[in-house]
Design a protein around this ligand. Structure first.
Ligand SMILES: Nc1ncnc2c1ncn2[C@@H]1O[C@H](COP(=O)(O)OP(=O)(O)OP(=O)(O)O)[C@@H](O)[C@H]1O
Length: 235
């Protein structure tokens, strides 16, 4: 399975954010997406998820050599600012989510098991989402991805809001899931990127550039990334 991005452009007014994104992501790998503040990482994710429409270009999923347009249901997106119904309890929301995705939920997995996995305790699962911390809301979003297991998983800066125990758990889970999924996550934390990712791509000046995997664990890695990111043009 491959995700092929072809010539994606996006501008907001005069600001050219994405200027011809061409890249092929493959299943079996976790990709780290790096870029400076305002480089366009969230815009790229939003173009893929259909939140915003690119001005040009498109995204395609190839499964067993059959290529088709990427569709909403192919994507699990964990937003950096979680969007959840605040008037429901965590339990009510997850139950609802499992009900509407009945055909994708593993029948043997109970809702309680999912909450145990993300370490939201008995009392908290029955509290309103509006009272949840940022990290707890992110855990619920992450759970939605875990429940439906879509082929493409986009994670916008999620792990930084998890406590160390959950972050470790989620990292393990992502490593297990990568065999059957394309996982792309954006982060500003270089150590997390090198620790978790098989490939790193940098979004700079509106384009995606791959960092050779040989550099990933080399002593010059940090310096090379900083140099690359410093090249970003600002206007
Ligand atoms: N809806 C919008 N309207 C106007 N400008 C936008 C909109 N969305 C994003 N931008 C602009 O596009 C640029 C890229 O923003 P984006 O959020 O994609 O960057 P990012 O790489 O995710 O940044 P960060 O690392 O700070 O989260 C920024 O200059 C931002 O102000």
């Amino acid at each position: 399975m491959k995700l092929e991005l072809e010539n994606i452009h996006k501008s907001f007014g005069d600001k050219k954010v994405l200027q011809g994104i061409n890249y092929t992501f493959e299943k079996g790998k976790i990709y780290g997406l790096l870029g400076r503040n305002g480089a366009g990482k969230t815009s790229l994710f939003n173009c893929l998820s259909g939140e915003i429409k690119p001005d040009n270009g498109g995204a395609f999923l190839s499964i067993h050599e059959v290529k088709r347009q990427l569709q909403d249901e192919d994507i699990g997106y964990v937003y950096s600012l979680p969007i959840l119904p605040e008037f429901l309890t965590g339990y009510e929301f997850v139950k609802f989510f499992m009900d509407i995705n009945k055909e994708k939920v593993m029948p043997s997995t109970a809702i309680e098991t999912y909450f145990d996995l993300i370490k939201i305790g008995q009392t908290d699962r029955h509290r309103l989402i509006k009272s949840y911390s940022h990290g707890m809301k992110n855990k619920i979003q992450m759970l939605c991805v875990i429940i439906t297991r879509p082929p493409l998983i986009l994670l916008d800066e999620p792990l930084t809001s998890f406590d160390v125990v959950v972050a470790l758990e989620i990292k393990k889970l992502l490593r297990d899931m990568k065999e059957d999924h394309i996982i792309i996550f954006s982060t500003h934390i270089l150590q997390l990127a090198t620790d978790l990712c098989d490939e790193l791509v940098v979004l700079s000046n509106g384009q995606l550039e791959e960092i050779p995997s040989s550099t990933l664990h080399s002593p010059e890695f940090e310096e090379k990334i900083i140099t690359l990111l410093k090249d970003e043009n600002y206007d």
